[in-house]
Design a protein around this ligand. Structure first.
Ligand SMILES: NC(=O)c1ccc[n+]([C@@H]2O[C@H](COP(=O)([O-])OP(=O)(O)OC[C@H]3O[C@@H](n4cnc5c(N)ncnc54)[C@H](OP(=O)(O)O)[C@@H]3O)[C@@H](O)[C@H]2O)c1
Length: 120
């Protein structure tokens, strides 16, 4: 049954190639993730770890939109990171999450990264 062995070999090679391709693309993403030219929605971006990521992503050349509840903290973050965009929203509220999604789609249609940092 030579044709059967050939078919099995073909299937094994196809599956291996597919898995290798996925692994390669995952590794490429992890190793060479491009921090520039993204539009990033960063929840909790006004303080702490979120602010540090906002600074880093902004310095790398991405547009960052920081979201939080306290407008004063967002303003402080803006002074520290010139060019930082901000949006006030309480993400614990379902209606606020929907409103944020609508706002982002309208105002920042090029958004390509969601960084969900605010622990809620
Ligand atoms: N620091 C650590 O050692 C540590 C360790 C492990 C994991 N983490 C996780 O890492 C994340 C950041 O930690 P962090 O220490 O930087 O905390 P943080 O300084 O308290 O920052 C949390 C941010 O999230 C915002 N936020 C909280 N609730 C929100 C809500 N309902 N809607 C919108 N924004 C909200 C806060 O702004 P407003 O209050 O103005 O809304 C604040 O800017 C959290 O998820 C935390 O659980 C931290």
């Amino acid at each position: 049954m030579r044709w059967r062995r050939a078919l099995v070999n073909y299937l094994i090679q196809s599956v291996s190639a597919m898995l290798a391709g996925r692994l390669a693309s995952s590794l490429t993403f992890v190793l060479f993730m491009n921090l520039a030219n993204n539009t990033v929605l960063l929840t909790g971006g006004a303080t702490g770890i979120g602010l540090a990521f906002a600074e880093r992503l902004h310095a790398a050349g991405s547009q960052v939109i920081a979201v939080g509840r306290r407008a004063d903290k967002l303003r402080e973050a803006q002074q520290r990171v010139p060019g930082l965009l901000t949006h006030v929203a309480d993400l614990a509220q379902p209606a606020a999450r929907v409103a944020l999604a609508v706002w982002v789609q309208r105002e920042h249609p090029r958004l390509n990264v969601l960084f969900n940092n605010a622990g809620i």
